[in-house]
Design a binder for this molecule. Structure first.
Ligand code: MG
Ligand code: ZN
Length: 221
């Protein structure tokens, strides 16, 4: 990148951050929390969201914003559960930005809502650059992707409040080093929590639900 490109990128990110701050302000006013779930394609974002909706649907009012390059497959799965979902198609764009979220939240009734779950576009690179106005960033890494990903894509792990290692049910068949992985994450981001889960078998999901519940109970109003 030359100097001019760097300046343009800075301007874009500054403008994005301003919108993101406005979104957070609006959500805070309505006592709504928003989480931004990021991962590669196929790591289990939609599966985690569906398990989370199943677990909390009788207790909290939740809406979902689905970001995808194309299609409404994920949003259809969510609305099929009777949960409000807003689809954003980026039309080739590889990440969500705050302006897209601002438009989507305009279609969600914030009164009486507790939580908005954003499923970002499957991408470990530039999704991390864009503040969406969420209160917490969630990063999922699945066992088949390999334990080297935090070294290759450090920024997204540095931006995470919590890292979920998903698909631990298939760990015996892969060389993912689960014993040293906590040190890898701590080295990049000492504040991040780390949970091992399987959205398929349900293992570890109680820890995730506790984290979500803790966040919702700690809205501080
Ligand atoms: Mg998905
Ligand atoms: Zn992108």
């Amino acid at each position: 990148m030359d100097k001019r490109q760097i300046t343009i990128k800075k301007d874009i990110l500054n403008a994005n951050r301003e919108i993101a701050c406005n979104i957070r302000g609006l959500l805070d006013k309505h006592q709504v929390r928003m989480i931004n779930i990021m991962s590669s394609p196929g790591s289990g974002k939609t599966s985690l969201i569906m398990k989370t909706l199943d677990h909390f649907r009788d207790k909290y009012h939740i809406a979902v914003i689905e970001g995808d390059v194309a299609s409404s497959i994920d949003a259809d799965r969510i609305t099929g559960m009777g949960i409000q979902a807003v689809q954003i198609n980026t039309g080739g764009g590889c990440h969500l930005d705050a302006l897209m979220i601002e438009k989507a939240t305009g279609n969600i009734r914030l009164e009486q809502l507790d939580l908005i779950i954003v499923e970002n576009v499957g991408n470990l690179v530039c999704t991390a650059d864009f503040d969406l106005g969420a209160h917490k960033n969630v990063v999922i890494l699945s066992i088949p992707e390999g334990d080297d990903k935090p070294h290759k894509y450090p920024l997204i792990f540095m931006e995470a409040n919590i890292v979920l290692v998903n698909k631990i049910d298939v760990a015996p068949w892969f060389d993912f080093d689960l014993s040293s992985f906590p040190d890898v994450i701590r080295g990049l981001n000492p504040e991040a929590q780390l949970i091992a889960v399987s959205t398929k078998t349900g293992e570890g999901l109680d820890n995730w639900f506790s984290w979500v519940e803790g966040m919702l109970n700690n809205r501080g109003y």
